[in-house]
Ligand binder design. Structure first.
Ligand SMILES: O=C[C@H](O)[C@H](O)[C@H](O)COP(=O)(O)O
Length: 232
């Protein structure tokens, strides 16, 4: 059956609406970035709960404020209760690739600060094993040529995302890793290059996923528990 972009956007919204049911008054909530996270931010706004939030991008901070969510400066925050964010790919081992929107560094920091991190997505993001999506690497502009040269030895291809700069003022190298056997080793090797500020491999941060497939949302926990969370 044909599955068009309107259906995919509905699935993004359904996954977001199911996940925000975990938000409760008094929480400090981490807000992700991207089209799926935007659905979550609008849904959290509609809940009208007494929460504080931190945002993983300037765009998400602006959207959150526009729907009445109190946004704190993350620079003053060490711990977050719950973060809800999208992903470009997520596999059965809860490994994810993030950063098509360029927000992966702040997303990684906020995810690591979070007691619980939920990925929300439509089913097109669910893969058997990560690696087909572009793996974005955030690079200090000063180190651009050096980092590009070093990265070339680690991945199949690496291409600058034009003149694009992240919210942190850094450049992005979009890499194709392909089917990698040791993702931990690749993540460490990339992170160790001086001038690399961050990258979009999330190997350990994701605790749960809400994936919507043609109107049916399935929640999966890293622990292995699975149940149908909602349906259209
Ligand atoms: O930098 C962007 C983020 O990692 C997004 O969460 C990711 O790209 C997914 O975005 P979307 O929900 O728009 O597909």
């Amino acid at each position: 059956m044909h599955h068009d972009s309107a259906d995919i956007d509905t699935d993004k919204r359904l996954a977001a609406e199911a996940a925000v049911q975990e938000v409760a008054s008094g929480m400090l909530v981490g807000l992700g970035t991207g089209s799926t996270a935007a659905h979550a931010i609008r849904a959290i706004g509609r809940l009208g709960l007494d929460i504080d939030a931190v945002a993983t991008s300037n765009a998400s901070a602006d959207l959150a404020r526009s729907v009445g969510i109190r946004v704190r400066d993350f620079a003053d925050v060490a711990r977050v209760d719950l973060t809800i964010d999208g992903a470009d790919e997520i596999d059965a081992d809860f490994r994810a690739i993030k950063g098509a929107g360029g927000a992966m560094l702040r997303e990684k920091v906020v995810a690591c600060a979070s007691r619980r991190m939920i990925v929300i997505a439509d089913a097109s993001k669910r893969v058997a094993t990560i690696g087909a999506a572009k793996l974005p690497v955030e690079v200090l502009p000063f180190a651009a040529a050096y980092v590009a040269d070093r990265i070339t030895g680690l991945v199949r291809s690496a291409t600058w995302r034009g003149e694009y700069l992240t919210d942190n003022g850094n450049r992005v190298l979009d890499c194709v890793a392909g089917a990698y056997h040791d993702w931990e080793a690749l993540a460490d090797a990339i992170a160790c290059i001086p001038g690399v500020v961050g990258h979009g491999l999330f190997l350990k941060q994701v605790d749960a996923a809400y994936i919507a497939d043609r109107g049916v949302v399935t929640r999966t926990e890293r622990a292995g528990l699975e149940r149908a969370a909602a349906s259209r």
